[in-house]
Design a protein around this ligand. Structure first.
Ligand SMILES: *Cc1c(COP(=O)(O)O)cnc(C)c1O
Length: 365
């Protein structure tokens, strides 16, 4: 008996596991495990989404033109080089499928986003994960790993789950050290949250080089994770490739109109970024006061390191918080078993996390 067989490498992939949603026994639950925004989407995006429900018999514009136009206007971009997708996930998959094959290698950092190994292996290629420097991507390590087989370098900036980022000078040094036929994929899912003078998401680098792509998402600060919407800014040749292989109607109408409304509501984005800045600083301060180490984060989540002491480990804290309806994320699968990742939540959620962790740390073990 023979059965249908998938392509080589597919069965070696560990499936992506999303943030948990429910906590048994707790009557109120705060989901702080998937980097979703506590402010929700712009009311204007919700309104546009609802209005789109009145004409569901019509196919979308296949090129997502209205949304591409809104993005181009907002960021001052060339509309022809924007490609939209069902989440930035879809675009990352399409990039891997287009530029990687058997015998090729993609490089990512040791604690980089776990989608990169999945899409690399799905394309039949090999993922090379290189050491980081204090949980921050290392340009030297990326460059040292470059071989004749390297086709893509994936960099999440800031990175999930560490929250650390590279300044634009380092990203430029990385690109300058790559061969011209190696594609540098800058995943800037958290760009809108970053408040650092030396940070750039990558727009200028895409505009000035033929081997840099930047991906963005509507899932994080725009609060539209449920709709699955992302976009890529590409060199013309890469946009052409993605447009040949993507589904002809890969972005649905409700997502498209909600995204266009969300991106135009600058005040809402500013509120979300400002909430994040305030509470990220407050949480970091409170966690450090409890004796916990927090990685410096430029995004909307914190990686918290727990002591290597019986009863006080990250897994113990996770169980303790879960019982109180506080759902964080274990990140052992990212090679960080001592850490929990906490998404910055509402004021209420943030205060409850600190209150619970204070009790946890004061428990005699
Ligand atoms: C959340 C996240 C994304 C967004 O994925 P979508 O498919 O757009 O929801 C992309 N990259 C990183 C690093 C992320 O953390």
């Amino acid at each position: 008996m023979s059965a249908p067989k998938p392509q080589p490498g597919i069965l070696d992939i560990s499936p992506y596991v999303g943030g948990r949603e429910s906590a048994e026994g707790a009557h109120r639950v705060f989901k702080l495990s998937a980097n979703e925004t506590p402010l929700g989407p712009s009311p204007k995006a919700v309104e546009a989404f609802q209005a789109a429900g009145m004409a569901l018999e019509r196919y979308p514009d296949g090129s997502s033109f209205p949304l591409r136009q809104a993005i181009a206007t907002r960021f001052g971009l060339d509309v022809e080089r924007i490609v939209c997708g069902a989440g930035s996930d879809e675009l990352l998959h399409l990039l891997a499928q287009s530029y990687l094959g058997e015998g090729d290698e993609a490089i990512a950092s040791a604690h980089g986003f776990l989608v990169y190994p999945i899409i690399t292996q799905a394309a039949g290629a090999k993922i090379v994960q290189v050491a980081e420097d204090e949980f921050t991507a290392s340009v030297d390590a990326f460059l040292a790993a470059q071989t004749a087989r390297t086709k893509i370098v994936f960099l999440a900036n800031p990175n999930n789950p560490t929250g650390t980022y590279l300044p634009v000078s380092e990203v430029k040094r990385l690109r300058a050290g790559l061969r011209d036929d190696v594609l540098l994929v800058l995943d800037a899912a958290y760009a809108e949250y970053v408040r650092k003078n030396d940070y750039e998401a990558g727009i200028e680098m895409v505009a000035t080089h033929d081997n840099v792509v930047m991906t963005r998402t509507f899932s994080k600060i725009y609060g539209l994770a449920a709709l699955r919407l992302g976009w890529a800014y590409c060199p013309a040749s890469v946009a052409d490739v993605l447009n040949r292989i993507r589904g002809p109607f890969n972005v649905n109408v409700p997502a498209m109109v909600a995204g266009a409304a969300a991106i135009a509501d600058l005040a809402h984005v500013e509120r979300a970024a400002s909430h994040n800045e305030t509470w990220s600083a407050w949480l970091t301060h409170e966690l450090e006061a409890l004796g916990l180490e927090v990685l410096p984060s430029a995004a909307n989540f914190l990686a918290i390191r727990f002591p290597d002491v019986d009863g006080k480990r990250a897994v113990d804290a996770d169980v303790f918080l879960m019982k109180r309806g506080l759902i964080l994320r274990q990140i052992a699968s990212y090679g960080m078993p001592d850490f929990l990742r906490l998404t910055i939540g509402s004021e209420e959620a943030n205060r409850l996390v600190i209150k619970a962790l204070r009790e946890f740390m004061e428990l005699s073990s």
